[in-house]
Write a protein that binds this ligand. Structure first.
Ligand SMILES: CC(C)(COP(=O)(O)OP(=O)(O)OC[C@H]1O[C@@H](n2cnc3c(N)ncnc32)[C@H](O)[C@@H]1OP(=O)(O)O)[C@@H](O)C(=O)NCCC(=O)NCCS
Length: 178
C-alpha cells in the first residue's frame, strides 16, 4: 500500500483490491463503462454484480500471476489496473493488462501511478515476464501513457472493436519484465 499526493494536492491510496471492495468495484465498472468508448464493454453491457466482483478479487488474490490494484481517493475507487496471468504452465509468465480511471479524475496522474504500481508488482513476482495489452489505435492518451513507461507496439489487430457499426483497429502492445 502506498499513499501519495496527486498533481492537485489530493491524497491517493494505491493498494491491492480486497473482497470488501467488491460492491464499490461493481459501481466503478458501471461508471467507467458509461464514461469511455475506449473500453471493451459499453454502458449497461456488463452484467456483473458485487458477488462476481468478489469472486474476481478472490481469484486474483489467490493467483501468483494476477492482480487488481486500486487507486482510492476520498474512500472512492478512482481507478484500477488489472493483470490476468495465463493459467497453463506455458502461459503463466504472460498476461493481459487493463486500466481505467473515472473521468472526473483524468489528467491528475492516477494513470501514471497505476502503471508504475503494476510494473513494480510484476517485477516482485517470480513469474511474470511479459505484460500484454490491447488499445484502440486512436486512444492517443493511453498510448502516450504506455509508451512513456516503455511499452512497445507489437502489432495491429484490424476490426478489433465495433461500435455502432464502425470498426476500430487496436494496437497490441507489450512490456518485458526482466
Ligand atoms: C488512459 C487513462 C487510464 C489515463 O489515466 P489518467 O489518470 O488520465 O493519466 P495521467 O493523468 O496519469 O497521465 C498519464 C500520461 O498519459 C498521457 N496523457 C494524459 N492525458 C493526456 C491527454 N489529454 N492527451 C495526451 N496524453 C495524455 C501522458 O503521457 C501522461 O503522462 P504525463 O503525466 O507525464 O503527462 C484514462 O484516460 C482512462 O481511464 N481513459 C479511459 C479508459 C481507457 O482508455 N483505458 C485504456 C484502455 S486501453
Amino acid at each position: 500500500m502506498k499513499t501519495v499526493k496527486l498533481k492537485d494536492g489530493s491524497e491517493i491510496v494505491i493498494r491491492k483490491a480486497e473482497v470488501d471492495d467488491a460492491e464499490q468495484m461493481d459501481l466503478f465498472k458501471q461508471y467507467i463503462s458509461q464514461e469511455s468508448d475506449f473500453l471493451s464493454y459499453g454502458a449497461n453491457e456488463i452484467e456483473e454484480s458485487a458477488e462476481s466482483q468478489a469472486r474476481l478479487i478472490q481469484s486474483a488474490n489467490l493467483a501468483e500471476n494476477s492482480v487488481i490494484i486500486l487507486a482510492i481517493v476520498n474512500e472512492e475507487i478512482a481507478g484500477f489496473v488489472t493483470f490476468n496471468g495465463g493459467f497453463r504452465v506455458r502461459k503463466k509468465h504472460s498476461g493481459d493488462m487493463g486500466i481505467a480511471v473515472r473521468k472526473k479524475y483524468w489528467g491528475k496522474g492516477i494513470g501514471n501511478l497505476l502503471v508504475e504500481a503494476l510494473i513494480e508488482w510484476a517485477r516482485n513476482t517470480e513469474t511474470v515476464r511479459k505484460i500484454n495489452l490491447l488499445t484502440r489505435t486512436d486512444n492517443t492518451t493511453a498510448i502516450s501513457l504506455y509508451e512513456k513507461y516503455g511499452f512497445i507496439k507489437e502489432g495491429i489487430l484490424t476490426r478489433d472493436v465495433c461500435i455502432n457499426g464502425v470498426f476500430y483497429d487496436s494496437f497490441s502492445m507489450g512490456f518485458f519484465i526482466d
